[in-house]
Write a protein that binds this ligand. Structure first.
Ligand code: AGV
Ligand code: CA
Length: 314
């Protein structure tokens, strides 16, 4: 059975590669795509998304919705700028035109419309902040009934998150930190949640070895696209820094395709709304139930990326 997916992303390299991979998955029907200007700038993110659908969507008809979400804690500009490079890739600009349209409505209303119209349950794949889902739930709480589950790249229950900002105590993961209240709204909604948190994504850093592997396969257009895209972001060298790139969203997206890539456990959790730990997710016995993805089979994961990316030429 095809799984219906609505994809809300925030325009980072791994968000856009996730979109590319989703378009190659044979067990998935993508019913909507939205972009939020969190870890990106909105205009190049929308354009790149539309071009990826044109170039790699195998003729699929989609429209990309622009989010009107605004965050509480902005992402560092250096990271957000990567979207401009991504959108400028020659591979995405060969035809010089864009065919996939923008959606008429803003992301949260587009999401509501798609869910209301759905006759089968829909999986929500979010690889950025949860703002659009929180906004949608406020406008129409009944959409929960149409949601099969939310798969979210976000949060962590480790002592150290990935935020290094003067107004943070360092415990948060960035997607939760951008809009902590949205996490709370979503945690309070009656939907199943699978969390792909730093516990699992810390196991899949971008490394020089991975780059070489993709470079050796660049005769395949999809792997050339992946290698070029990841060339814009820093790899793990001697030690991890705050800018070290992991395959956060790509793991989350591949988990949608194949649950056997990862190990999961049942947890109960909540989110802090008090500075300087606002956006920190934590375990608590009376918290909302969730499935935590805490480990990944690395070779199986990287093999799947290759396998999917090779389909881009077909
Ligand atoms: O916290 C991980 C999320 C993922 O959705 N993003 C990047 C991924 O798209 C924010 C982020 C954390 N550290 C980063 C991030 C870094 N070093 N560079 C860019 N983005
Ligand atoms: Ca992201």
């Amino acid at each position: 059975m095809l799984k219906n997916i609505y994809f809300d992303h925030d325009g980072g390299v791994d968000d856009l590669i996730s979109l590319f991979l989703l378009l190659q998955m044979d067990n998935i029907r993508l019913i909507g795509v939205a972009a939020v200007n969190a870890d990106s700038y909105l205009q190049p993110s929308l354009a790149a998304s539309r071009k990826i659908i044109d170039r790699f969507g195998h003729g699929k008809k989609l429209a990309v919705a622009a989010s009107s979400a605004r965050g509480v804690h902005p992402f560092p500009k250096e990271w957000r700028l990567t979207t401009y490079s991504e959108n400028a890739l020659p591979l995405l600009n060969e035809s010089g035109k864009i065919i996939t349209p923008l959606a008429e409505q803003p992301a949260h209303l587009d999401l509501i419309a798609k869910l209301q119209a759905a006759t089968q349950p829909v999986t929500l794949l979010f690889t950025g902040p949860l703002t659009d889902l929180a906004a949608a739930l406020k406008v129409d709480p009944t959409i929960s009934q149409k949601v099969e589950r939310l798969i979210w790249m976000g949060g962590t229950f480790l002592e150290k998150g990935n935020v290094e900002e003067p107004d943070s105590d360092g415990t948060q993961e960035w997607n939760a930190f951008w809009d902590p209240a949205a996490v709370k709204t979503v945690f309070d909604a009656p939907i199943k949640i699978d969390l792909v948190s730093l516990e699992s994504t810390n196991n899949v850093p971008l490394t020089p070895k991975v780059r070489l592997h993709w470079a050796a396969l660049r005769r395949f257009t999809g792997l050339d696209f992946i290698g070029n895209s990841y060339a814009f972001v820093p790899e793990l060298n001697q030690f991890a820094t705050n800018s070290t790139y992991y395959l956060w969203d790509v793991l989350t997206t591949c988990y949608c395709y194949d649950h056997s890539l990862v190990k999961t456990k049942a947890i109960n959790c909540d989110v802090s709304l008090a500075a300087p730990s606002d956006g920190k997710t934590f375990l608590t016995t009376n918290g909302r139930p969730a499935t935590l993805v805490y480990d990944v089979n690395r070779s199986q994961f990287f093999n799947l990326i290759d396998q999917l990316a090779k389909r881009a030429d077909n």
